[in-house]
Design a protein around this ligand. Structure first.
Ligand code: PHE
Length: 413
């Protein structure tokens, strides 16, 4: 179904068996919502920028963090996975979870793809903001494109232990590295515990202070750190806040794997932290935006609510009006293999675009006698800005059925 080459942003990419980008994704390229003046993501990134600009380098009195927000989302497999030490067989590399242009090139799945290049270019503290792409489930909080802000800060011995003096006012002989240190749950091999604990404190302080400035009522919000795992940090955590009895994961973070710093040419003298936060998730909570598709709305009923200069202004989104939902089920017998739901979600989104609010796998079983799998999906249609007609939805639904038959070898029931 793909031509031998794809022309994207004036560049030709050969296609191969890994190619799985679709026109819906390609049509979104270059929109840069985070740089679109008065967009909610623009206001949010402004506020994050302001918070990090206040942090000054004590010697130079200039901002510590550089901010990079214009790197192309098309990256190499090397950047997105290898450079940050993602194992070759790690699930995050699969075709099922990513948008590949070909076996070597993909739409970045996270802004961590740029860590090594940015450190190598000489930056010791930076934010990297941009659009990221993932094949995922479909519901009001998931969309195949969202935005992340990556933060990285590195420390050499001087910077890390600057404030730690012993009773006589001399610097203790504290070290970042020691050759007899082993990896355990709290730290990597080669790192001293005192170094790791200081970096961890800096990371957690930076993040909790950021959220204190973003959410004026942060003091009354419950938050927690959950142990996590990422190939590029150890130890790692996720940060969650509780709103109306529900916990929301806002970011992943941790102490950067030393081998990632080695790939950046700084493995010898530096230790550092990194975090990656999801901007839509935070903006939805901050502004009360109920559906992630709204970020792509060109409707003035949405955008006009964010037309103001001062990004710190507290606003609550008021729904323009909720148009009715329309629900259609899709049941299929699979002639050979079971469909990966992520493949189905992607097909539905690529045909129905932003008219799809949610897709649920509501029933699945294996029929022994027939030797066939069956799946039933519930597709919930709703437009953000008008009432859809039954006829219009039936046509899209039919189109989805036809594509399923072609792509997956199934019988519609
Ligand atoms: N890249 C991770 C993600 O997208 C987040 C992360 C960034 C975690 C930096 C640790 C350090 O899920």
């Amino acid at each position: 179904i793909y031509p031998p080459e794809l022309l994207i942003n004036n560049k030709n990419y050969p296609t191969d068996s890994w190619t799985n980008v679709n026109p819906h994704i390609l049509s979104r390229l270059g929109q840069n919502l985070h740089r679109q003046k008065n967009h909610p993501l623009y206001h949010l990134t402004n506020r994050i920028r302001q918070y990090f600009y206040q942090q000054k380098d004590p010697r130079k009195q200039s901002p510590k963090f550089s901010i990079i927000d214009n790197l192309s989302p098309i990256v190499t497999v090397q950047q997105n996975f290898d450079s940050i030490c993602t194992p070759n067989d790690h699930v995050s590399r699969t075709k099922s979870m990513n948008y590949y242009i070909n076996k070597d090139t993909l739409f970045r799945a996270h802004t961590s793809a740029h860590q090594v290049d940015l450190i190598r270019s000489g930056l010791n503290a930076f934010l990297c903001i941009g659009d990221v792409y993932r094949r995922d489930s479909i519901d009001p909080t998931h969309y195949p494109i969202f935005h992340q802000c990556e933060g990285v800060q590195l420390f050499n011995k001087e910077e890390l232990f600057m404030e730690n003096r012993n009773v006589r006012g001399e610097k203790d002989n504290l070290q970042i590295f020691a050759s007899n240190e082993y990896r355990d749950a709290t730290k990597q091999e080669g790192h001293t515990l005192e170094a790791v604990k200081l970096v961890e404190a800096s990371l957690k302080q930076t993040i909790t202070d950021l959220f204190k400035t973003l959410f004026p009522n942060a003091a009354t919000l419950n938050s927690r750190w959950i142990d996590a795992t990422f190939p590029f940090t150890h130890p790692s955590w996720e940060y969650e806040i509780e709103i109306d009895g529900k916990w929301y994961e806002l970011l992943g973070c941790g102490i950067i794997e030393q081998s990632v710093l080695e790939n950046s040419g700084l493995g010898k003298d530096y230790i550092g932290w990194a975090f990656g936060l999801g901007l839509e998730r935070i903006a939805m909570i901050m502004y009360g935006i109920p559906d992630i598709r709204l970020f792509w709305s060109t409707d003035s009923g949405f955008l006009s609510q964010f037309q103001f200069e001062d990004s710190t202004r507290p606003v609550q989104y008021k729904p323009v009006s909720a148009y009715p939902q329309c629900i259609n089920d899709l049941s299929m017998w699979m002639n050979k293999t079971r469909i990966d739901p992520l493949d189905l979600y992607d097909l539905v989104r690529s045909i129905g675009g932003d008219l799809i609010e949610q897709v649920l796998l509501i029933d699945e079983f294996y029929h022994e006698k027939k030797d066939k799998h069956s799946q039933t999906y519930r597709i919930i249609y709703r437009s953000m800005d008008r009432t859809l007609t039954k006829n219009e939805i039936n046509m899209i639904h039919k189109d989805i059925e036809n594509h399923c038959q072609k792509q997956f070898d199934v019988e519609i029931r």
